[in-house]
Each structure stands twice: as structure tokens, then as C-alpha cells.
Design a protein around this ligand. Structure first.
Ligand code: UDP
Length: 319
């Protein structure tokens, strides 16, 4: 039975990974400092072959016994979170990645880094292929996340080349699904609660900026395919179906059958104008491609939001 460590294991993606790996027969240890993650994301895993350690991976990681896989997912990940936690974001991308790689080296474990489409910044090439070096403002407010992840990628490749650690890098594009925090500031977990309450959806800018949204179950499948592959270069995992944020807002209003309107608020600084993954590498090397349409993924996500205590009473009220 493989033994696996997931840093950030109480977060949105981390908790889905823990659940998936347990179902695949792994023994799973999750580490999280709970700065943006939550015990409620993992409490259903207690009683399985699962252990949670509350710890900050920028400090030190100590773990008894063998470890086969380390998946480094600890980091604030929504623009609002990393703007509020800029130094912690840089520390977990830099020092946290160093500690996690050091542990992988000591244990002879395979290491997988959660990187991001943000390494491409506000891209000048479209769609983004993995060999595009990106267009990042290092000193802008988003630079703390983008540069931390770019450093983390460079450090991962250095451990691979210099120490021979078996490393993988996944560049994660916008992902959504159950367990996103309703207040994390990202578009989908902002719009669904707004539409459920009948409030206006807060589109930033004129809503013409684009994103490509991947349902979480597809993403987790792609990450697992990469983990068990022998590929070391970065791989984009995301859903290439691109849309404007205005279209996304309209799709959510219609999926909920809400009476909400759209309001236009100022666009945050350095907000990328376009984003779409080229997934040729993932389809050819990992034989992976996303399966959920936006409508299917939104339906599951909306159902999850509706069962949260704060939305239960509202379900159906705005139809
Ligand atoms: N966005 C928006 N309203 C919101 C939250 C986000 O219009 O309440 C926009 C945001 O400016 C960006 C897009 O939606 O253009 C996706 O934002 P998100 O924070 O979900 O992800 P990221 O910017 O990291 O792609």
C-alpha cells in the first residue's frame, strides 16, 4: 500500500486529492496549517487510512516511516487570499516547497508540485502551451503568487536534475467544485451564493476577460495520471472550454433560475485578459482529457452550495 503525504490536505484541492488517493488504496497523511483550509473538508475521511497533522510546512516537516509520494498543495490559491497573505504565500511557495522537496529526497519519494496557470501571467500567447515562458509582473500584487510558483517550479527542476528526485509539475488552470469557500473571492464561489440569494453578480471590469473552468473531479484524475507517469516537465491540466466572465455569470444565473442581475465592479490590477490551456501534452502523454461540461460541473457545485447551512433556507426561494 503506498503511503502518501498531501500538504495543504485540508484545502479545496488537497481534500479532494486525499479522498481520491484513499479510494485508490493509499495510506494518506495530510498536513495543513488551516490558514485557508478547513477541518470540515476532511472530517469525513476520519476512520479511513488517514491522518491529519496541523503544521505549517514552511517551518519543518517531520514524518516517521516511509513515504512513497508527496503532493505539495499547500498555498493560498485565490487572488483575494494571496493578496491578504502575501508573505505567507511567498514563504509556502519558496520555503514550503524546499522543505517538501527535502523530505522527498530523504525518503526517496516521488514529488508532485501544484503549480498554476498564473505562471503564464497576463499571457501574450494564446492558448497557453507549457513551453510558453509567460508574462508576469513580478512587483504587482499578484506577483507574490505567480513568482512563488515560478520559483517552486525552478526548485523542483533543480531537485530533479541535481538530486535525481522523481518530480512532476502540474500547472492547474481555473478549477471549481464542492468545498470552495463561499467567501474565497473567486468567480464561481462568489457568483453561486450571489445568485442563490438573488443578489447582483459582481463581474469585475466589463466581463470580457476569459477563463476556462475545469470541474474538480476531472482535475484530480489528471493529477493522478501525472503522478504515476514518468514525465518530469510541466503539464497543463484544465478544461479548454473558454468563456468570458460575463458568460459565466449568465450561465450561473440560468443554472440556478435566479432573478439576479449583473453589476460591473472595477477590474483588479494585472487580472489576466485571456486564459485557456493547451492540453495536447496531457492528452498525448497522460491520455487524459476532461469529461465534465460546464453545465454538469455547475449543477454538482450548485447542489453542494445549496446544502450548506447558510443556503439551505434559500434553496428554491429565488426561482
Ligand atoms: N471575477 C469577477 N467577479 C468576482 C470574482 C472574480 O468578475 O466576484 C473575475 C476576476 O476578475 C477574473 C475572473 O473572474 O477575471 C476569474 O477570477 P478568479 O478569482 O476566479 O480566478 P483567477 O483570476 O485566478 O483566474
Amino acid at each position: 500500500m503506498p503511503r502518501t503525504l498531501v500538504t495543504g490536505g485540508a484545502g479545496f484541492l488537497g481534500s479532494h486529492l486525499c479522498e481520491y488517493l484513499l479510494a485508490k488504496g493509499h495510506e494518506v497523511v495530510a498536513i495543513d496549517n488551516l490558514s485557508t483550509g478547513s477541518i470540515s473538508n476532511i472530517e469525513h475521511l476520519q476512520g479511513q487510512n488517514f491522518r491529519f497533522i496541523k503544521n505549517d510546512v514552511t517551518e519543518y516537516i517531520y514524518l516517521d516511516g516511509d513515504i512513497d509520494y508527496i503532493l505539495h498543495f499547500a498555498s493560498p490559491a485565490s487572488p483575494m487570499d494571496y493578496l491578504q497573505l502575501p508573505i505567507q504565500t511567498m514563504k509556502v511557495g519558496a520555503m514550503g516547497t524546499h522543505k517538501a522537496l527535502g523530505l522527498a529526497l530523504a525518503k526517496g519519494a516521488t514529488f508532485l508540485l501544484a503549480s498554476t496557470s498564473e505562471v503564464y501571467g497576463d499571457p501574450l500567447e494564446h492558448p497557453q502551451r507549457e513551453d510558453y515562458w509567460g508574462h508576469v509582473n513580478p512587483v504587482g500584487p499578484r506577483g507574490v503568487y505567480d513568482e512563488a510558483k515560478r520559483f517552486a517550479e525552478a526548485l523542483t527542476m533543480a531537485y530533479h536534475r541535481y538530486h535525481g528526485v522523481d518530480t512532476k509539475i502540474v500547472r492547474i488552470f481555473n478549477t471549481y467544485g464542492p468545498r470552495m469557500r463561499p467567501n474565497d473571492g473567486r468567480a464561481i464561489p462568489a457568483f453561486i451564493p450571489q445568485a442563490l440569494r438573488g443578489e447582483a453578480l459582481t463581474v469585475f471590469g466589463d466581463g470580457s476577460q476569459t477563463r476556462s473552468f475545469c470541474y474538480v473531479d476531472d482535475l484530480i484524475e489528471g493529477i493522478h495520471s501525472l503522478l504515476v507517469s514518468d514525465y518530469h516537465e510541466p503539464v497543463n491540466i484544465g478544461n479548454p472550454t473558454e468563456m468570458t466572465i460575463k458568460e459565466l455569470a449568465e450561465a450561473i444565473i440560468s443554472a440556478i433560475g435566479s432573478s439576479s442581475k449583473v453589476v460591473y465592479n472595477p477590474l483588479p490590477q494585472d487580472d489576466p485578459k485571456i486564459r485557456q490551456p493547451n492540453i495536447t501534452r496531457a492528452t498525448e502523454i497522460l491520455k487524459w482529457q476532461p469529461r465534465y461540461t460546464l453545465q454538469e460541473g455547475l449543477a454538482k457545485t450548485i447542489d453542494w452550495f445549496k446544502q450548506l447551512p447558510e443556503f439551505k433556507a434559500l434553496a428554491g426561494a429565488n426561482r
